[in-house]
Design a protein around this ligand. Structure first.
Ligand SMILES: NC(=O)c1ccc[n+]([C@@H]2O[C@H](COP(=O)([O-])OP(=O)(O)OC[C@H]3O[C@@H](n4cnc5c(N)ncnc54)[C@H](OP(=O)(O)O)[C@@H]3O)[C@@H](O)[C@H]2O)c1
Length: 333
């Protein structure tokens, strides 16, 4: 049997993904001891994976070697197994490969068995998945948001951001978002009940943020110049939970906040957090997220592209902000 997969051939410049990755075909490997083969039903497009495509060695994950299959989260059924916990037919989520199939070590890939009772599998990527875990952890643990506090979320209309906004609201906070474009901002206030949303592309973000009356928790997905605009609008003893730095991923720049002295002036705490560090809390995070999700209180739109051959279109949609909510590629069964 053969397998088609996306191979990384070169380090992409900006969002030039089509010249850096190619869709290739190779014989499907047999699973080794402890490995499983997954027939991928859907691929999760995650902004953080953009860093693995670069050659930086000091990131939280080493660069993907050139010539390797592009990796990312997948959902699908096990078609061959040499691991007793994942028999053939099991529905799983794992860090696999952008391909028709993923061949992974069940332990190292973080594979988990998914409950069949959740009708919409996409939820296992979004509200019940890594985005949900990250949003809840960042708001509640790293950001230490308290009821009545003002929370600001950047990339607020994306997968992680939109969940963070809703979770902060569920925890009793007043929530503001920043997103690119008037349409996304209108949806954030109209459909998700945010107190206000700021279109960072419209300019003068610093002045616009004054309307928040001061920010207690900043859930930062973006970094870049927006971070400076936020630092001067933070309340004393505020917390900045650094989730991601998407402004730097495509450009290859690095965020250097020029308003860093506000950390002292306003006695701020800035702390990064990374989902693999709290993966062992997954079951309890999922249980809480699931309650909200099933009660209809945690909702996420899906931006779906069909076909493995269109994966790079989906990936570009996400990194260029054409998405609202979670970007997914659905594959032929
Ligand atoms: N720490 C962790 O463990 C962890 C786990 C998951 C995700 N994350 C982070 O969460 C963030 C969001 O990831 P995601 O996978 O959920 O993607 P996403 O938010 O669904 O999509 C990325 C969004 O980033 C925004 N964006 C892109 N370039 C930007 C720029 N230069 N300035 C401002 N906004 C920009 C776009 O929205 P606009 O239209 O608003 O520009 C786009 O919709 C990323 O930083 C990612 O690394 C971290």
């Amino acid at each position: 049997m053969t397998n088609r997969f996306w191979r990384i051939d070169a380090r992409p410049e900006g969002n030039q993904f089509t010249s850096a990755l190619s869709l290739v075909e190779a014989p499907l490997a047999e699973p080794g001891e402890g490995e499983i083969v997954i027939r991928n039903a859907m691929l999760s497009m995650d902004a953080g994976t953009r860093m693995w495509m670069s050659d930086r060695e000091d990131g939280y994950q080493p660069p993907l070697p050139l010539g390797a299959a592009m990796s990312g989260l997948v959902i699908g059924r096990v078609t061959a197994s040499r691991h007793p916990d994942f028999p053939e037919g099991t529905l799983v989520r794992a860090f696999g490969q952008w391909g028709d199939f993923s061949v992974v070590d069940a332990g190292l890939s973080g594979a988990i068995v998914l409950e069949e009772s959740v009708a919409d599998w996409r939820a296992w990527f979004g509200p019940l998945g890594m985005n949900g875990w990250t949003a809840l952890w960042g708001i509640e643990s790293t950001g230490a948001a308290k009821p009545g506090e003002t929370v600001l979320v950047s990339a607020a209309a994306g997968a992680t951001g939109l969940l963070a906004c809703q979770i902060a609201k569920l925890l009793g906070c007043e929530v503001w978002g920043m997103a690119g474009g008037a349409e996304k901002c209108a949806a954030l206030t109209r459909d998700y009940g945010l107190t206000g949303a700021i279109d960072y592309k419209a300019g003068n973000v610093r002045a616009a943020l004054a309307a928040t009356g001061g920010i207690d928790v900043y859930f930062d997905n973006v970094g870049g110049p927006l971070l400076d605009d936020v630092l001067v609008n933070m309340n004393h003893y505020g917390r900045v939970a650094v989730c991601g730095l998407v402004a730097d991923y495509n450009s290859g720049t690095r965020t250097h906040p020029s308003e860093f002295d506000q950390v002292l002036m306003r006695r701020l705490r800035i702390e990064g957090f990374f989902s693999p560090d709290f993966m062992h809390h997954g079951p309890e995070l999922t249980a809480r997220l699931r309650q909200w999700h099933e009660a209809g209180e945690l909702d996420l739109p899906y931006d779906v592209t069909h076909g493995l051959e269109n994966t790079l279109v989906a990936y570009d949609r996400m990194l260029s902000g054409k998405n609202m909510g979670k970007v997914i590629v659905e594959l032929e069964a």
